[in-house]
Every structure is written in structure tokens, then in C-alpha cells.
Design a protein around this ligand. Structure first.
Ligand code: CDP
Ligand code: MG
Length: 697
């Protein structure tokens, strides 16, 4: 039986399952979003806490070079401040107001919300740009949302960002690697462009330390005698929120399985507590999908008490239609359960949440410069994050937060703040971007938080081996400049450049496009066996990269059919995205003088090109224990092939991985087999110490 969320046909549609119990996302809903019917948009705007500060914000921006705005999530910072600025004339005479976000999904969501509030078509007066998706118009767009990564890219063409009158660096508390680089660079730009205004906004921020960062003693001196300049001392404005009390519950004993515990808690809330939506914080697509499956099964066997649960995932990579569902009002008599990554912690506000279930974990990037290993780890969140998560429950009325950890743990073991991403990341991409912007003294760069010198040195070494930097640590010509120009990680960029020489650029560009999205497989949700069978149909002995080529071919041969995708457990939306990205990469390649050429069936060339980019991730098989134990050739770190790889249990002697994820062990995702002799061929410097190691040759 089909059921509609709201009567209007253009609203996303939900379909009830056969038992009339839990509601699923239908795959055939429309993707448009339209206005909210309840209160007029203007009224909604006026009710936001930030509205009362409109005059104050505009005054501070007028009179100060930098304004720091701290305000609770949902108070209206992101959606309202750019509109205030526009109304006050900051976007007149062709100027543009920019607002950055660390997350792509947040960029899309807030841009469409603001376009809706202003009653304009998204992509015209209000637009957005994320990597590989530019929904803006250089002539029309006055308010532009973009990721901080894209703003960094824009600096390569326009180092002083001259088209922007105000740049709002939003979600600064997240301290993403790009946010930190952007802050350092904007501080430099401000010296050259006194008319530029910065707004730094965040939910919780050490406002004072951010303010100190923007005020060095030198700048104070520069101010003297220049009355016309805006005040250089940053202004700090705190927006008083209107959050309600949130009652916190802790578990008595530590939980062993937070997915199971989260599901049980949701069912308990649904049984015992009055209406109100539930927001569950897990860590990533895998455990979110697992939780949805469990919840669906348990709710169904629970009987009628659980009918009316609307279960929705929230993670990056959702389609527009799926995003729209998250923001749609919950129909009467239903209860929405949104199971999210920490994107809902501060980047996005969902109306109607009364209950929060906090697993206490998030996926975080960690890098060890000694072993040169970077991976995504499910790690405990900080107290600051835990408070933010709880706060999501108190927007409408007093709420409740169920923490799946003990009070003792919260008080005594959780760290107070998270560590800025720049201090726990591989810096290869960061270094090349700064080099491309002409910043040569990277160690001496004015960072909001300094990265470790070891990580810097590692990055310089990899870039040197890639042929991107020369002996003086300057970008090489043309390779270094070309790699910097490709908006992908330097290793992928190098792989593309090498494919040109090897004559397999057509194949490598497809691979690069697939690697730049999360997954092209449809999440299994209880159909693991069928998914594995589908994978076997495309599996290539060489590994995952070549498997992607088989899938791409099959997709083209099917006439880009969604049915074909469905039958083969391939995510149709992901494939469409791959096609789009591939087109863009083709254009970039052409600009760099690369003409697409296919190597037809010679997969050795493809493997060599992958090696030329990813030699640093080479591993060799050490033992057959635990399904095949590998060690990284450079750092001797123990790693295993991820079960999702077509090479799982195949265990070639020598492989290269694209990325690592860490759970009980370090797992390699997207793996290809190579001939070890290629390593010394493509990266002699990098593998020098290994010269005497017999397994390399
Ligand atoms: O940036 P901040 O967290 O301070 O708030 P915001 O993102 O500007 O959101 C202000 C309000 O707009 C929220 O309370 C939401 O109700 C609403 N909003 C929405 O309904 N849909 C969106 N996509 C974004 C915001
Ligand atoms: Mg915001």
C-alpha cells in the first residue's frame, strides 16, 4: 500500500511495507522540495534566536575586519546571517557573500533551504559549489555556499578571493583540516584586502583563542594611524539560544554492542515515551545500515507498538530525495527515527527531535607519521561533542538524551575537546595545496593549530617521490603544477598523469571517478549473500580497480539502466555520479593536454598506472593466518584485505590499497595486485632502503 508523507504529490513519498509496520524509503519518490505549509517562512525566520541580533551582527561586520559568532546549533547562524548581509547591501555591485561548510551534504542542504526562504531558484541568486558539483552562476549568484575545500581551490585562480565581500567560515569548531588552512590563508588575505570581512561562526568555540589567532601584535601596530580601516581586533558575539532542558540518561554498565544497544533504546523510547522524533548517533554508513536492518526486524516482531516508525538514514552520499525526506515534517501519529553520523551533531538541524540516542562514538581520521598509516577509526567522541549531541533533543521542548556509556566514563575518561583534524591527518594534500598557493615555508605557516613536523616531513617525502616536488621542495614543472590542478588527492592525480604516458587514461579516469565516491554497491541490508554473488559476476582477478571497469562497461552496455543496477546490487545514483565525475575529469584531463586513450584489454598498464600513484600503499603477503596477513612494505604494518574486496581470500603476493579502515584490524579497501618490481621502477627514492630486501625484487 502506498502512503504519502504529505498529501502534495511533489513531496517525497514513503512506502509502507507489506505488514503495515515500519515504513521504508521508496526508491521512486520525486526529488523536488517545496515550502513548508505550517507557519509562513518569514515568521519562522523571525522566531530564530539570531533574528534578535540582526542589527548587532550587521554593525559588527561593518566595523570589524573579523566577527566571531558563537551560537547554539539551530539558532539560525548559517541560514540567516548570509541573508542579513545581502539585505544590508554586502552583495551589491556584483559582490558575493560566501559561506563555507566542512561537509558537502550540509552545503547542499543549507543552500536549498536559503533559496527556499528567499523564494528564488537554487543556482541563481543563491547557489552552491561542492567538488564536482557547481550549482551557481557567476553572473547571478549573490550568496554562495561552498565547502572550505572548494574555497581553497578557488584561491588558486583568484588568490585574494576578490569577488567576495564577506566570507563566513562556518562550523569552525569542527576544526576540519580545510577549515584550518582556510583560516590561516584568510588571515593573510585580510592584510592585503582591508575591505574584506570575515565571520567565523560555530556552535562551541574557544572564541578567545580564535580571536587571538586573528589578532597578532604586528597587526595591532598596522592599525595605528589608519582610522578608516575596520577595527582589527575581532568582535565576539554570542547568540543566546533557546534550548530546553535535556534530561540525560546513562547506561549502568558499559554496552558491548552499541548498534544493538541503540536499537533496543529506540524501541524502548517508542514503547514508553510520548510522541517526538528520535535522533540516533552512530558512526558511518555500515553501522547505520546494520541498525536500520535490526530495528526494522525487531520493530516488526514487536508488533503493533512499533508501527508508525519512520526509519531514515543520514550520512553523506545520500541522494537529494533522501535528504528531502530527512527534513520533511513528521506526519501525525508517526515517529521519525533518524539514524545519523555526526553530521547531525552541528551541521544540520532537524526539527521535531525530542529524543537523542548517543553511541559515544564517531568515525575519525587518524594518522601515524611513524608508520605512515592513515585510517578511519571508530573512536570515542569528546565531552564537547557529547553535549552537542544531547542539545539536539531540546530544540522544541524539554527532551531526553540516552547515552550508551556510563556516567563514570563521561566524567572521568572522555576528553574535553577533540583534536583538530590537521593534527591527526596525512598532510600530502594539504602541503601540495599550500605549495600551489605559493606558500613555501610550510612549517612556518600561521596555523590555528600546528601540525606535527614529522607529518610534514612525511608528506614532503611522498610528494618528492611522486615527482611533485623538487629538491628545493618547490612544485615541479609540469608534473607538480598539473597534480595540484586536479581536484583529487595527489596520488590519484599522479595516477591519471601516468596513465597518459602508459596509454590507459580512458580506464584510469573511470577508476578515479569510482574511487572518489563512497561506494558503488547498494548497501546490502540483510542480503549479503546476493551482494557477494553480484560482485562475483564482475570480479576481476587483478582486483577491485579492474572490477570497477567491468561494472562501468556493463552499465554502459545496459544503456545506463537503473533496472540493470538494481539486478546487480549496484547503486544507480552512485553510477550516475560516477558518470558525472568522469565527464568532469575528462574535461580537466583535456585541459592538461591528456587525450583519452584506451589500453583495451591490457590490464597490466592499468595496474602500473595505479602503482605510479599509490606506490606508498604497497603491501606484501606475509602469512595465510586470519584469511591472509599482509605487511606494508615501507612501514611493516600489519594489514588485511577487507571482506568487501574481490581479492578477499584470494591473497595475491603483492598488492596496493587505496585506503585503510580500522575495526578489529587494519583493513585495506579497494585493492589491486601488482608486480613488486614496479615499485622500484616508479619510486626508486621511496623504496631505496628496501634495496636489500629480497621480496621486492
Ligand atoms: O547554523 P545554525 O545551526 O545556527 O542554524 P541554521 O542551520 O541556520 O538553522 C536555522 C533553522 O532553519 C533550523 O532551526 C531549522 O529549523 C531550519 N532549517 C530547515 O528547516 N531546513 C534546513 N535544511 C536548514 C535549516
Ligand atoms: Mg549552521
Amino acid at each position: 500500500m502506498a502512503q504519502f508523507w504529505k498529501p502534495e504529490t511533489e513531496k517525497p513519498r514513503l512506502v509502507e511495507d507489506e505488514d503495515g509496520g515500519v515504513i521504508f524509503l521508496s526508491s521512486s519518490y520525486s526529488s523536488s522540495s517545496s515550502g513548508y505549509g505550517y507557519v509562513s517562512i518569514e515568521k519562522q525566520r523571525q522566531r530564530l534566536p539570531v533574528y534578535k541580533y540582526r542589527t548587532a551582527i550587521l554593525y559588527l561586520v561593518e566595523s570589524h575586519a573579523t566577527t566571531i559568532v558563537v551560537g547554539e546549533t539551530g539558532s539560525g547562524k548559517t541560514t540567516q546571517i548570509p541573508q542579513f548581509l545581502k539585505e544590508a547591501g554586502w552583495a551589491d555591485s556584483g559582490r558575493v557573500i560566501a559561506c563555507t561548510q566542512p561537509r558537502r551534504l550540509a552545503v547542499q542542504a543549507v543552500a536549498s533551504r536559503v533559496a527556499e526562504e528567499m523564494g528564488v531558484k537554487l543556482g541563481e541568486e543563491v547557489g552552491y559549489t561542492i567538488r564536482f558539483e557547481d550549482i551557481s552562476n557567476p553572473d547571478l549568484t549573490r550568496i554562495k555556499f561552498l565547502t572550505d575545500g572548494v574555497l581553497l581551490r578557488e584561491m588558486m585562480d583568484d588568490p585574494l578571493l576578490t569577488k567576495y565581500s564577506v566570507i563566513m567560515v562556518d562550523e569552525a569548531h569542527e576544526r576540519s583540516i580545510s577549515t584550518d588552512i582556510v583560516l590561516g590563508l584568510l588571515k593573510k588575505i585580510q592584510k592585503r584586502r582591508p575591505e574584506l570581512r570575515l565571520i567565523i561562526s560555530s556552535a562551541t568555540i574557544e572564541a578567545k583563542s580564535m580571536s587571538n589567532f586573528f589578532l597578532s601584535s604586528k597587526r595591532r601596530q598596522a592599525l595605528e594611524g589608519e582610522e578608516l580601516r575596520p577595527r582589527l581586533e575581532p568582535a565576539i558575539l554570542s547568540v543566546e539560544g533557546r534550548g530546553f532542558n535535556v534530561q540525560i540518561h546513562y547506561v549502568e554498565d558499559p554496552v558491548r554492542d552499541y548498534v544493538q544497544a541503540a536499537v533496543s533504546t529506540v524501541l524502548l523510547i517508542n514503547d514508553k515515551e510520548p510522541p517526538g522524533d528520535i535522533l540516533v548517533f552512530l558512526t558511518g554508513q555500515d553501522d547505520i545500515d546494520a541498525a536500520i536492518k535490526l530495528l526494522t526486524e525487531e520493530a516488526r516482531s514487536n508488533g503493533k507498538n512499533s508501527s508508525g516508525l519512520i526509519i531514515l538514514p543520514l550520512y553523506s552520499g545520500l541522494t537529494r530525495a533522501e535528504q528531502d525526506l530527512i527534513f520533511s515534517p513528521t506526519p501525525k501519529g508517526k515517529r521519525k527515527v533518524v539514524i545519523s553520523t555526526n553530521i547531525a551533531e552541528t551541521s544540520l538541524t532537524l526539527e521535531g527531535i525530542v529524543y537523542v540516542v548517543d553511541s559515544g562514538f564517531s568515525k575519525q581520521r587518524f594518522y601515524n607519521p611513524i608508520s605512515d598509516i592513515e585510517n578511519l577509526v571508530v573512536a570515542p567522541i569528546s565531552k564537547a561533542s557529547a553535549r552537542q549531541r544531547a542539545g539536539r533533543a531540546g530544540r522544541l521542548r524539554p527532551g531526553m538524551c540516552y547515552r550508551l556509556y556510563t556516567e563514570e566514563y563521561f566524567l572521568n575518561e572522555m576528553s574535553v575537546q577533540g583534536i583538530p583534524e590537521i593534527q591527526r591527518s596525512n598532510l600530502v594534500s594539504c602541503v601540495i595545496q599550500l605549495k600551489a598557493l605559493g606558500i613555501d615555508n610550510i612549517l612556518g605557516f600561521d596555523w590555528p593549530a600546528s601540525p606535527s613536523p614529522e607529518s610534514m616531513i612525511r608528506a614532503l617525502e611522498v610528494l618528492f617521490s611522486l615527482g611533485v616536488l623538487d629538491d628545493d621542495a618547490k612544485l615541479t614543472s609540469p608534473v607538480g603544477f598539473q597534480v595540484a590542478e586536479i581536484p583529487l588527492e595527489p596520488m590519484i592525480a599522479k595516477m591519471i598523469l601516468s596513465s597518459n604516458e602508459l596509454g590507459c587514461s580512458d580506464e584510469i579516469i573511470t577508476i578515479a571517478a569510482v574511487l572518489s565516491i563512497q561506494s558503488i554497491w547498494f548497501s546490502a541490508r540483510g542480503a549479503q549473500k546476493e551482494l557477494d554473488e553480484a560482485k562475483l559476476r564482475f570480479a576481476a582477478a587483478e582486483g577491485d580497480h579492474v572490477t570497477f571497469l567491468n561494472i562501468y562497461k556493463g552499465f554502459l552496455q545496459s544503456g545506463r539502466s537503473s533496472k540493470w543496477c538494481h539486478k546487480n546490487f549496484i547503486n544507480y545514483h552512485a553510477m550516475k555520479k560516477v558518470m558525472e565525475i568522469r565527464e568532469q575529469l575528462k574535461r580537466i584531463a583535456l585541459r592538461l593536454g591528456i587525450v583519452l586513450k584506451s589500453c583495451e584489454t591490457d590490464m597490466q598498464l592499468v595496474r602500473k598506472a595505479v602503482t605510479a600513484g599509490f606506490f606508498a600503499n604497497a603491501c606484501r603477503l606475509e602469512a595465510y593466518s586470519h584469511g591472509g596477513m599482509y605487511k606494508t612494505i615501507r612501514g611493516s604494518q600489519e594489514v588485511y584485505i577487507h571482506p568487501s574486496s574481490v581479492l578477499f581470500r584470494v591473497n595475491p603476493k603483492c598488492v596496493i590499497y587505496h585506503s585503510l579502515v580500522s575495526t578489529d584490524r587494519q583493513y585495506m579497501r579497494n585493492v589491486i595486485s601488482i608486480d613488486p618490481s614496479w615499485l622500484t621502477e616508479v619510486a626508486p627514492h621511496f623504496y631505496q632502503q628496501q634495496r636489500h630486501n629480497p621480496t621486492i625484487h
